[in-house]
Design a protein around this ligand. Structure first.
Ligand code: RI2
Length: 306
C-alpha cells in the first residue's frame, strides 16, 4: 500500500487499534523512504516529513501513531546520503514493529500474573494488549470467564468476543449500558489505551471511564494494558490530547431523526489516574502516577522539549 492509502485505511478504521495503526504507520514510512528514486537528501527528507504529516493527521488521538513515525525517522537529520537514510528509516521502522509486537506478548505474560484462577474479567472495545493478558491467563489454565462490552458505535466488542470464542475462552457480550449491572460479578477489569498522559490519565475508547467508575464503586481493580510507546511526551509540556469526534452517521442515519437533532460522536474519553489501579507495560507493572518517569525514560527530556 502507498502511504496515502495506509493513512486512508487508518482514517476509515479499516486499520484500527492503537498498536496496529502504529505498526502500519512505521511500515508505511519505511516504504515511503525505500520507494524514493531520486538522489537528493533534502528532497527525501521533505518527502518523509510530508508522509509524517499525512499519517499523523489520519487519527488525532492515539499518540502511538506519532511515536511510531518519530521512532522510524529518528536520526535522519544527521545523515547526508540517500542510501544511508533509506537504510536508517528501514531499520528504525523494523525495530519499532518488532519491539511493538514483542511488547504485546510480554504484557500478556506480566498481566496474566495479576489474574487468578476462576476470575471473571471485564474488557472494553478491542485491545490486543488487553486480549494478550486475557488469553495468556486462559492458556495457563486459569479457567477465567470474560464479559465484553459491545463498544458502540463501531461494535469492536464483536471482534473481541469472536477472538475469545475462537480461543475457547468462555465469553459473554453485553451492551455498553449494562456495565454497572454486570460489575457486581466481575473480579477485575482489563482494558487497553490509545494514549497515556504524563499525569497518569488514560485515553481509551469512549466508555472506558464509565467502566472505571463502576469498577471503583464496586471495589474491582481496574487495570490498563499499554505498550510504552502509548505514553505521550507532548503531555509533559502541557499539551492536551485531542479527542477525535467522528461522523454523526456512525451513530444514526440522517433520515432516522428530525434535522434539528444534533449528534455528538466522541471516540475516546479520559480516565483519571485515581480510578486506575495499575498499568501493565512491557517494562513492568506501574502506578499511573509513574507515567512521567516512563515518558522521560522512553523518550528523553531532549526529545520532549525539542
Ligand atoms: P491495542 C482502540 O482504538 C481501542 O480504544 C483500544 O482499547 C485501543 O485502540 C488499544 O488497542 P480504535 O482504533 O493497541 O478501535 O491494545 O479506535 O490493540
Amino acid at each position: 500500500m502507498e502511504l496515502e492509502q495506509v493513512a486512508n485505511a487508518i482514517k476509515s478504521m479499516e486499520i484500527r487499534g492503537a498498536g496496529r495503526i502504529a505498526r502500519s504507520a512505521a511500515e508505511a514510512i519505511k516504504q515511503q523512504a525505500l520507494s524514493y528514486s531520486g538522489n537528493e537528501v533534502e528532497e527525501l527528507i521533505e518527502r518523509l516529513q510530508e508522509g509524517e504529516r499525512i499519517l499523523i493527521a489520519s487519527r488525532p488521538t492515539a499518540v502511538s501513531l506519532e511515536n511510531a513515525v518519530r521512532a522510524s525517522l529518528k536520526g535522519i537529520q544527521e545523515v547526508n546520503d540517500v542510501r544511508e537514510m533509506k537504510d536508517l528509516v528501514a531499520s528504525n521502522a523494523d525495530a519499532f514493529i518488532r519491539r511493538s509486537s514483542n511488547a504485546v506478548q510480554i504484557i500478556g505474560e506480566i498481566g496474566a500474573r495479576r489474574i487468578r484462577a476462576g476470575q471473571k474479567v471485564m474488557t472494553h472495545c478491542n485491545s490486543s494488549a488487553a486480549l494478550s493478558v486475557i488469553k495468556t491467563a486462559h492458556f495457563q489454565g486459569k479457567k477465567i470467564e470474560v464479559v465484553a462490552t459491545e463498544s458502540r458505535p463501531w461494535r469492536q466488542g464483536l471482534l473481541t468476543v469472536r477472538d475469545l470464542a475462537a480461543a475457547n475462552v468462555p465469553v459473554t457480550l453485553i451492551v455498553d449500558s449494562a456495565v454497572r449491572w454486570a460489575m457486581k460479578d466481575v473480579d477485575v477489569v482489563v482494558a487497553g489505551a490509545d494514549t497515556i498522559c504524563s499525569n497518569g490519565a488514560v485515553i481509551n475508547k469512549i466508555g472506558t471511564s464509565q467502566l472505571a467508575l463502576a469498577a471503583h464503586e464496586a471495589n474491582v481493580p481496574f487495570v490498563i494494558c499499554a505498550e510504552t510507546y502509548k505514553f505521550s511526551p507532548r503531555t509533559v509540556y502541557g499539551e492536551l490530547v485531542e479527542i477525535e469526534e467522528r461522523d454523526p452517521s456512525e451513530i444514526a442515519r440522517a433520515e432516522e431523526l428530525p434535522s434539528s437533532v444534533k449528534i455528538r460522536n466522541p471516540v475516546f474519553d479520559a480516565t483519571p489516574p485515581e480510578y486506575i489501579d495499575s498499568i501493565v507495560t512491557e517494562v513492568g507493572v506501574i502506578s499511573p502516577y509513574a507515567a512521567y518517569e516512563v515518558i522521560v525514560k522512553e523518550f528523553g527530556l531532549e526529545h520532549i522539549f525539542e
